[in-house]
Ligand binder design. Structure first.
Ligand SMILES: NC(=O)c1ccc[n+]([C@@H]2O[C@H](COP(=O)([O-])OP(=O)(O)OC[C@H]3O[C@@H](n4cnc5c(N)ncnc54)[C@H](O)[C@@H]3O)[C@@H](O)[C@H]2O)c1
Length: 260
């Protein structure tokens, strides 16, 4: 049976990716800086999750160590979904680009770009060893175009740069990995529930914003925000053989929100 590592596996998107992969028959190894929450997610999902590790994905050596351990205990590893990040562990102030600080830039890049480098760097050799496999990196609608304005999203300028970097990195990896039987793609979520912000809270905030500025246009034409499950299904599709001829792609899962 195929085994995949899911980083950020305790988060809203990572958890949903893990659940969707398990439904598709994958065995899943969860890794998240919040190891206790990852354990809880593992017991919620049940038998398909074979391990839950506490892991800071910004730590290059630690990521390599967990990948090697997962391969030794549960391998061969043939899949990777990177879904760590979010604002939870990097306290960012809000403000326009010229008010961002180099320190905030570094922290954002660490968790949203360097961590993807670390994870792909550690897992790709295992996929090459297996001669097959798939990677799905979590980018963002913000990486498909610069923005949104900082009023909508904390540190949108730096965040956009990170996520555009994830998309380009994934495209480059797909070129090297294809001849070795490995595909690499991204999902680009739009406004989606998080651990800290469930859908109801997002809807409440939107009502407040609409009251301040009617027609502010933040909603998807589908009339709702993204659920973790929407992202999990998209990632599981890209990880599956049904996507066997898709590599280097970035699947827009913004519910059409980025078109306006
Ligand atoms: N929610 C959205 O609207 C949205 C939109 C576009 C992209 N994304 C991206 O999706 C990914 C997942 O975010 P989410 O919405 O599920 O948020 P979330 O806060 O629910 O989950 C993020 C998870 O990442 C973990 N994490 C953070 N820093 C880590 C680190 N250094 N090492 C290991 N784990 C770490 C957190 O503990 C948390 O469990 C992020 O990369 C985020 O940028 C989210």
């Amino acid at each position: 049976m195929a085994t995949a590592i899911v980083t950020g596996g305790a988060g809203a998107i990572g958890r949903a990716c893990a659940a969707a992969l398990v439904e598709d028959g994958w065995r899943v190894v969860l890794a998240d800086i919040d190891g206790a929450e990852a354990e809880k997610v593992a017991s919620d999902i049940g038998a398909g999750v074979v391990a839950a590790y506490g892991l800071d994905v910004t730590d290059f050596a630690a990521v390599h160590d967990i990948a090697a351990r997962a391969q030794a205990r549960h391998g061969p590893i043939t899949g990777l979904v990177t879904a760590a990040g979010g604002g939870r562990n990097i306290a960012l102030t809000n403000g326009p680009f010229i008010e961002t600080t180099p320190d905030e830039w570094d922290r954002n890049i660490e968790v949203h770009l360097n961590a993807v480098y670390n994870s792909c760097h550690a897992v790709l050799p295992l996929l090459f060893e297996a001669g097959k496999g798939a990677i799905v990196n979590t980018a963002s609608g913000a990486g498909l175009r610069g923005g949104p304005p900082h009023l909508r999203q904390r540190h949108a300028s730096v965040y956009s740069a990170c996520k555009a970097g994830v998309i380009a990195l994934t495209q480059a990896i797909s070129q090297e990995a294809g001849p070795k039987g490995v595909r690499a793609n991204c999902i680009a979520p739009g406004r989606t529930e998080t651990r800290a912000k469930p859908i109801e809270e997002m809807e409440r905030m939107q009502r407040e914003e609409e009251a301040l500025k009617p027609g502010s246009g933040r909603a998807s034409p589908l009339g709702r925000f993204g659920r973790g499950r929407d992202m999990g299904d998209a990632a599981a599709f890209l990880m599956s053989d049904r996507a066997g001829y898709i590599t280097g792609a970035c699947l827009d899962v913004t519910g059409g929100i980025r078109l306006h």
